[in-house]
Design a protein around this ligand. Structure first.
Ligand code: ADP
Ligand code: AMP
Length: 215
């Protein structure tokens, strides 16, 4: 099954993707994670991408489309994938359709998670991610089992450089102007599934996601 997890930053795409991996056995493809890996490796692409990421703006379509195209070639994508944070512009969605057509595939479901902006700001500014295993926490809403320590035992719980209030507000503006048009794009294709995430627990949202995907 080929799936897109769509929604603003902080909507819970990564949180739900990690739950879905266990149920579906298909990989999560997060362009944000791929770009952060390039930044950490100190590549030329990473250096350029970081300027856009720190400013809360989108990296160029050409760069992210290239990353996704390469990622699709890996064998773990053969049975399906869930895209998290891609596409983010209509141009990316159109490029994705072309790539999939060449592979003889199409998107089965687009799961849209909608959450109010003020809740998104609270979620993102409290987010912590484990540097060892990638687990996602929130200081108040989903705290780690022991203070400052991941379930995997690591104490490397990190806050992203772009998870501060000023950058979050810019990222939300970017979402509303450049990514929200994808809602009508996919509604027009008939495979959009809408989920309200405001005030819902991650488990409550997961139940709705599974229903949307008929799992
Ligand atoms: P995204 O991948 O869409 O940016 P994340 O999955 O990283 O979002 O979640 C953003 C933050 O919100 C994290 O700190 C996460 O623990 C928290 N979170 C995720 N889902 C919920 C929820 N349903 N209720 C409250 N907090 C949530
Ligand atoms: P995310 O981890 O999805 O919140 O993404 C973090 C940042 O990476 C975004 O604010 C963008 O700067 C960049 N980014 C991630 N995915 C994309 C994409 N599909 N298109 C453009 N920029 C992206």
């Amino acid at each position: 099954m080929d799936i897109i997890l769509l929604g603003p930053p902080g909507a819970g795409k990564g949180t739900q993707a990690k739950k879905l991996i266990d149920v579906m056995g298909i990989p999560q493809i997060s362009t944000g994670d791929m770009l952060r890996a390039a930044v950490a490796e100190g590549t030329e692409l990473g250096r350029k991408a970081k300027e856009f990421m720190d400013a809360g703006r989108l990296v160029t379509d050409e760069v992210v489309i290239g990353l996704v195209e390469e990622r699709f070639k890996k064998p773990d994508c053969a049975k399906g994938f869930m895209l998290d944070g891609f596409p983010r512009t209509v141009a990316q969605a159109e490029a994705l359709e072309k790539m999939l057509k060449r592979m003889g595939r199409r998107i089965d479901h687009v799961v849209l998670m909608e959450v109010d902006d003020e809740e998104l700001v609270l979620r993102i500014t409290g987010r912590r991610t484990c540097g060892a295993c990638g687990a996602i926490y929130h200081l108040s809403f989903s705290p780690p089992p022991a203070s400052g320590k991941c379930k995997c035992g690591s104490t490397d719980l990190r806050q992203r450089d772009d998870d501060n209030e000023i950058t979050v507000r810019q990222r939300l503006k970017t979402y509303h102007s450049q990514t929200a048009p994808l809602v009508s794009f996919y509604a027009g294709r008939g495979n959009l599934r809408r989920i309200t995430g405001t005030g819902q627990t991650p488990e409550g949202v997961f139940k709705k996601v599974k229903e949307a995907l008929a799992l």
